[in-house]
Each structure stands twice: as C-alpha cells, then as structure tokens.
Design a protein around this ligand. Sequence first.
Ligand SMILES: [Zn+2]
Length: 476
Amino acid sequence: MSLSGTTIRTRRGAPAARAIALLTAIAVGAAAGPSTIPARAQDAATRGLPVIRDAEIEQLLRDYAQPILRAAGLAKQNVRVVVLGDRSFNAFVMDGRHIFVNAGALFDAKTPNEIIGVFAHETGHLAGGHLQRLREQLASAQTASIIALMAGIGMAVAGARSGGSGNVGAAAIMAPQAAIMRSLLAYVRTQEDQADHAGVKFLNATGQSPRGMVDLFKRLSNEVLFNSRYIDPYMQSHPMPADRVAALETLARSSPYWDRKDSPELQLRHDLMRAKLSGFLERPESVANRYPLGDHSLPARYARAISTYRHGDLRQALTQIDGLIQVEPNNPYFYELKGQALLEGGKPAEAVAPLRQAVALAHGTPLIEILLAQALNATNNPKLAEEAVGLLRTAISREPESPEAYSQLAMAYGRKGDLANADLSSAQAAFTRGDIKTARQLATRAKTRLPIGSPAWVRADDIVNVKTPNSNAGIQ
Ligand SMILES: [Zn+2]
C-alpha cells in the first residue's frame, strides 16, 4: 500500500488511539505468553497506528455503514469509518465520531455481510454510549492500575476461553484491583450483549442478514481456541465466550433475513477491496499464492496488477491495468491506479489524463482530486498550476485535515508565483500535521505578504495566535 503518501496514505494515529493500541498490545502480550510481550508492546508504542486512505475502500465502507447508522438514528453525527494499516483483526469505537477497522479485518471478512455485521455491532456500542461510560470508569482508576487491569482482562479472557476459571489474571494482581477487574469484566460483558442485540436490530431494520456477524464471531472464537499464541485484539476488547456467541446465534436465527445474501455487485466490490489490500500490503509471493495466474477473475487480476506496479515492472503493470479498464471502462479506481502507477513511476505528464478520467468518473472524490493535483504539480508546467489550485481548494473543503492537500496547494501557489498564499498553505500543512511551531513561523511570514484584514490574512492570524495543538490533527 502506498505508505509514502499517494492515494493510499498512512499517517500517525492520534495519541488516544496509540494509548489504546498500547493497552491492547499489553493485554495481548499478557494473554499470549511472555515471549510476545516486548515485541507487541514496543511495536505499538513506537510505530503508532498508520491510517490507510483510499477512495475506493472508503466509499465501499461508507456504503456498508450508512444504512446501519441511519437505522441507529446516528445519520446526522457524521460518523466516519477509519481504516488502520494493521494486519490483525480489529474494529472498535472510541469517540462517537469514528468507527475504526483494521485492514486485517477487511481482508479476513469473506463477505460484505460479515463486515456489515461488525459495523452493526460497533454501532450498537456507539448508540448505547458505551465508550463514554467505559472511559469514565477507566478515568477513576490510576494509569498503572489500568494497565494491570487490561493485562488482567487479557489473561482472564484467555483463561475463560481455554476452559479455565478465568482467575489466572485475577490471581496475578492485587486483591482490590481484582475486585475492580471483576466488575469491569462484568461491565464489558454486559455491553457486548447489548451491542449484539442492537446490532441484530439494526440489521433487521435494514433488511440485512445477521448471519455474517454470527459466522465471523464463531470463526474468531474458534481461532482463539486453537491458537493460544496469538489472539486478535478484537477478542481482547470484545470478549466472546461460547455462551455469548450461542445467545447471539439464537437471536440472529430468528431474523426474517437470516438467509438473505449480499448482491453479486456488492460481493464483487468487496472482493476487489480485499484484492487491493493484498496487492498493496502483501509481498509478491503471497499475492501470487493467493491469486495464481490461472485465476482470471477481476479481483485476481487487480491484485496482480497492483503487485506488479508496486514491486515489478511499470510497463507490464500498465498492460495489466489497461486490461482491467477494458473490462470495466467506467470504473474510476482503475484509472486512478493507472495514474498512480505512472506518477510514482516518474511519469507525471502521462498520469494526468487517466487521473482526470478518474476524477470525472468518481464525482467529487477529494483523495483522487488531490492525486491529480499532485500529478499536475509534478509536471512543472506553470500553466497547469491554476487547475491544481482549483482541485485542491475543492478537495480541502471536504478534507480539511489533509496535510498532503495543503502541501500540494502550497506548491501550486508557488508555481503561480503567489508566495503569500504559498506561505499560508505551508502553514496550514504544518498545522494539520501538528507541527505548531513551524505553522506559526510560516503564518507570520504569510501575514507580511497578505493584505491586512483579508480572509487569508485572518486565517494566517488565527494560526499565529493558536494556543494549544489541534488535538484532531492527523485523525480525520
Ligand atoms: Zn463489542
């Protein structure tokens, strides 16, 4: 996946996300045995959580989530699905505005219905206001004891699943903490049951089957039974004892939509998403194993084309991508891929036409507009700078937290010789990256070049006078 910052970008996660990751890593480490603790904990602490940005995947996940959110009465809250570049299975909610899902979960889910089921369950947590209350519970405990608690939960959950009494974790920590832990465990368990119930209700309300949720949860809890060395973080935050899964299945089987399948069109988009993740995230050998040459399906060809451009020959990749375009000449993401391959292959002028096509077909997709602007800038042609400025301003109106868009905007203004706006855009890029010091310096310089009191001057002045770091930078 384009970790260096084109269509699929990664960014550092918010501090809160990192904290949860660290806690989860510790819990996983404790449950999986001493040998894995340092690697997992250190990983999460130092690496942060990369966010994957991709227009195609985000559109698909919006299509999965929107009906569920509407059924839950949350349509107006503008809840966004954020994909994290982590191979393990996980999905969680934290702040009422985002549903986080790991690339690993998308990759492991065989049908759209399985991910829709996960979203339905997570939306159950959102609608129940669970995270807020859990946070309140955690806030009353000291940091050290929270870590001990999380580690304890990990061990207790693992103990319970392997047929133990669940007291392994409790015995390892002091009695008062054990008492808190027991109440916290019971509390988490109650929330899980509530989220299951709410999830099935939302699925029924949207005429969708709850079967994917049941199948997936069964698969996950079986994996835990047979693989004690590694437990997905999802199992840590969503304890899944056998009786919970059984209760969910009984409820789900009573749904009038139990046997309803995803449409073939949706299944194809899902398979294309999984192929894309494979092509971008997996090594060429793994892609070749998963999608052997004899497999002529569109997803297999997509995965191979991406892998070829990532790791092999640009010309060969372009031939493969053109083959995809022949099959679906109105698929914006195939043109986007072609443009991205050309741009990263050092051919920005040739990338412009396919990216223009992608922008036209995708109807106002900021991530693709930013990519086209990047190609226009890279041509070094001042005549194209005006087009880049227009695209970026439109994109930023819908993606106001994108440092990449502001950096490209600064470049485009620079090409036009508009140094005042170039400085302001660079300041905004630094600001959205969370580099407040640089942002202030650039905004101060921009102010000297802008007409006093103009809208741009006011924006620069706001950055100069900003008091605290923008806590949202980097997570939008
Ligand atoms: Zn849950």
